[in-house]
Write a protein that binds this ligand. Sequence first.
Ligand code: DGL
Length: 284
Amino acid sequence: MSAGAVAGSSGADRPIGVFDSGVGGLSVLNALRAELPHEHFVYFADTAHAPYGERGDAFVAQRTTAIARHLIDEHGIKALVVACNTATAAAIHELRAAHPALPVIGVEPALKPAVALSRTGHIAVIATRVTLESRKFEALHASLAARARFRIIPCDGLAGAIERADAVRVATLCEQYLGAAGRFGDQPGQIDTLVLGCTHYPFIADALRRCTGDAVRFIDTGVPVAQQTRRLLLSARKLRTQGAGSVLLLSSAEPGALDAAAARWLDGPAGSVIHTRAADTTAA
Ligand code: DGL
């Protein structure tokens, strides 16, 4: 266990691991910190290998395994939030099988809430190709296909553009993908609900909104994931209920990009301590 671990601490004082291919999981970390303000978090951005969304399942599963191992061995995490739809789709089953005692929380596109909330019954789902072509997503889609009309849109390149903070490319891709989806709005036959099936996308809500107009509801999974994390910690008697929380940000590449993204997008209690550093998972 490294200096980053809370050695000898009780179960509740150990950190929660959170990871994503890059900066997208910060949108989930925001919800986690709002729901669990006393917790310590170790956030791992796999920047050296981002984006995951157009890579093969085997690669994403191998990275997920290595990062989980690093967070367990080096940081003694008490729970793991896979803040990445792509990694959840590719590897959550193996992760749970490999670490049966560790609470593991994944994210998946929020189709069920979208069906419950849509009035027109027309729903668009944007996510990475790996997520949308996964068996897990196909099963979810099939279970709800009779209850709404879904437009499923793989957004190649979009997470990468967000990683590079390339606003021009983001705007171009949003117009291209949402332009091809159909008419957005709250009138009969129009798409009134947009599922953000990638944790990077809440950070480009403005660019998406310019394509959909104001009447469309956006749905992401940050809050329900944070609530589920609280439930699991509570039932494992590992919830930290007092004291200041903290965040340690780790990147598999030079951490400057993660630092800049956190300065821009990470909310949280004023004065809370955030450290950033590079992490090596090659030995994992
Ligand atoms: N943020 C991730 C997701 O939710 C991954 C995006 C990517 O790396 O392509 O799917």
